[in-house]
Ligand binder design. Sequence first.
Ligand SMILES: Nc1nc2c(ncn2[C@@H]2O[C@H](COP(=O)(O)OP(=O)(O)OP(=O)(O)O)[C@@H](O)[C@H]2O)c(=O)[nH]1
Ligand SMILES: [Mg+2]
Length: 452
Amino acid sequence: MTRKLPIIAVATAPGKAGVGVVRISGQNLSSMTQALFQKELLPRQATLLSLRDAGGQLIDQLVAIYFAAPASFTGEDVLELQCHGGPQLLELVIKRCLELGKDDGLVIAEPGEFTLRAYLNNKVDLAQAEAIADLIDAQSEAAVRGAARSLQGVFSDDINALVEEITQLRILVESTLDFPEEEIEFLENAQARERLGAVKTKLQALRDGAKQGKILRDGIQLVLVGAPNVGKSSLLNRLAGEEVAIVTPIAGTTRDRVKESIQIEGVPMHIIDTAGLRQTADEVEAKGIERTWDAIRLADLVVFLTAADAQSETSELKVQIMEALPSKCPILEVLNKSDLLSKELLVNPEAILISAKKGDGIDLLKHKILETVGWNGPQEGAIVARRRHLDCIERAAEHIEKSEQFAANGNNSLELFAEELFLAQNHLGQITGKLLPDDLLGKIFSQFCIGK
Ligand SMILES: Nc1nc2c(ncn2[C@@H]2O[C@H](COP(=O)(O)OP(=O)(O)OP(=O)(O)O)[C@@H](O)[C@H]2O)c(=O)[nH]1
Ligand SMILES: [Mg+2]
């Protein structure tokens, strides 16, 4: 993962475009630049050049920009070639570069290898490196802005500040370990409990921000389930604003899962319409129903739909669904076909009333969906975050909780108090890449696209 050879890749998206960028990064690219263009390039200047094949034939006329180490994206020498954006042409450019860069050991870059080098050369920390990928993958305007903030270091700065605060507290605690008889007094004098309280509050704010950030980045897997014919596909179509799924009065219309991604107030929602749940002898339908259960097991939120004209058939089904739900996955009960409802027949007064057909109650449903997944609305200063970040924050919070217990015990528990602080600090440090287990690094960067 940490090879030193110069690397090359197309940095722009596959397909035709006006311009296609080929990027080369290496510790010293001067001999390669000579071999490619027979001249030295001045750093940070655009130069119009011709790249020729071995027989002297023109491959492309291109604009080259050379960034001298360490003032580049990767921190190494970087050469960016802005070619014409044809996939075949770019392949020829790469091939020719590989021929001419052979003596320097030029190789094709692995996914994320440019960013990995930026990370290893301290150009960005790990959370920022991840934000680069998140910026590219962002599914909404809000996610773009959040990723840009994370890339600027807003998230990392908060983490670093908290780590620093914990470190200071730890230093204080450890410096008094030699005087056990004064422990209690020390805790009082150093205001250790107050300071720990402040750490806890900040950690909670960090966790809240990261939770929102994860929703922004990944969106929500929202699964529509219920008995056949209750209007799941109609609701999907209503939310998507187009006829994505087939709707008929025949029970068992939807056989396979139908997926559609939409946004509700900038939050990406990946809606999955499923086959209605019932006992069936039909082999195809049974397979579809199996897939419904699979979707439930991977849901972030389940919308359990019943219909005004068939309210009584559902209580047993609800129990089965509750059993299959992943832990912490909320379920929203929605009663469809409110246009057919006579008030006195309302079996579950808690259910949200909608009419997928007429559009009634849909705005309220959207609001409830956002509320149920814990979305607090667009926040100033929002960042994007990943599951990995949340896990680290939650582990850190567990250790802070434990340290609090030791602080409360007083006698002879200062050492344990300090140890828990140390562990909390370690988990937070993993977010920015300090103290990261080796195998994780490879895992994170291998998920990047090639050329990044
Ligand atoms: N009156 C009324 N009819 C509705 C409403 N929503 C859906 N329907 C009708 O109910 C029938 C079934 O709708 P679907 O959306 O196909 O139901 P489904 O839950 O996807 O059914 P399966 O795919 O079979 O599981 C269709 O005839 C719809 O037009 C509603 O809000 N009011
Ligand atoms: Mg359907």
